[in-house]
Design a protein around this ligand. Structure first.
Ligand code: 6PG
Length: 249
């Protein structure tokens, strides 16, 4: 795993840079004959990135019909809830750039799953049946407590190794019911991008980047991407930070 830290003046500059880099990665993957699978996330930084994708995506060289989108986590709420990570991304760019609807893989909302456990099982099945084996790029926000996706400090979901999804019933970040990819699934990534803004994250970022630390206390330490193999290098892990989030480094 190679870890890079890129610092930007503010959240808007960070979002514009991440969106530009993501578009370039998608184009590069498509030009090499792949259909890239991208992992999206929720939160305020992600929303800025999605809006930047909505602005620059239509004039990019991306063939939007040949890219798959997934979510690292999702809230178990109705499909039209403003709390849905997928709804946030759809409003900001996905519904405006011409994606193939079959290639947008949402976690089932409460309209389509009886329980959050059913939604987690259904998403695991979707990943098994339509996943590509690895995310080209996985984006993740980091919470003030060091959580990523819906993997929170000290939570049993951190210990799940025999499944790619987990139902979270008691998220300390509302809403309480969520489906998250596990580290098992999150680490099937060629590139992991942590996108973080704000002073309130600075301590968690410093813990995530410290030479030593406990994943159970700082789940952001647990997403390292794919290890090196005979035919591919170890995943890159890039922290895209604004100055405030980088202020404790
Ligand atoms: O569903 C969620 O809430 C997110 O996936 C969560 O992991 C988020 O990315 C972080 O909490 C950072 O959120 P902010 O960028 O809003 O601080």
């Amino acid at each position: 795993m190679s870890t890079l830290v890129e610092v930007f003046d503010d959240a808007d500059a960070l979002a514009t840079a991440v969106a530009g880099e993501l578009l370039a990665r998608i184009v590069a993957a498509q030009r090499s004959g792949h259909v890239p699978h991208i992992g999206l996330t929720g939160g305020s930084v992600a929303d800025r990135i999605h809006h930047a994708l909505g602005e620059h995506g239509p004039v990019s060289d991306v063939d939007w019909s040949r890219v798959d989108f997934w979510w690292g986590d999702e809230r178990f709420v109705p499909a039209d809830s403003p709390d849905r990570n997928a709804g946030q991304a759809r409003r900001a760019f996905l519904d405006h750039v011409g994606v193939d609807p079959e290639r947008v893989h949402e976690v089932p909302p409460t309209d389509h799953a009886a329980t959050v456990d059913d939604a987690a099982s259904a998403y695991a099945r979707e990943l098994r049946e339509h996943g590509s084996g690895a995310f080209e790029v996985l984006m993740l926000g980091i919470g003030p407590d060091g959580h990523v996706a819906s993997l929170f400090p000290g939570h049993p979901a951190l210990e799940v190794t025999d499944a790619v999804t987990v139902a979270v019933h008691d998220s300390p970040k509302p809403p309480p019911a969520r489906v998250s990819l596990t580290f098992e699934a999150l680490n099937r990534s060629r590139a992991v991008w942590l996108v973080v803004s704000g002073e309130e994250k600075a301590e968690a970022v410093a813990r995530a980047l410290a030479p030593e630390g406990d994943v159970r206390e700082t789940p952001a330490r647990g997403v390292t991407g794919l290890p090196a193999s005979d035919d591919s290098p170890a995943a890159e892990v890039v922290f895209f930070l604004d100055r405030a989030a980088a202020s404790h480094l």
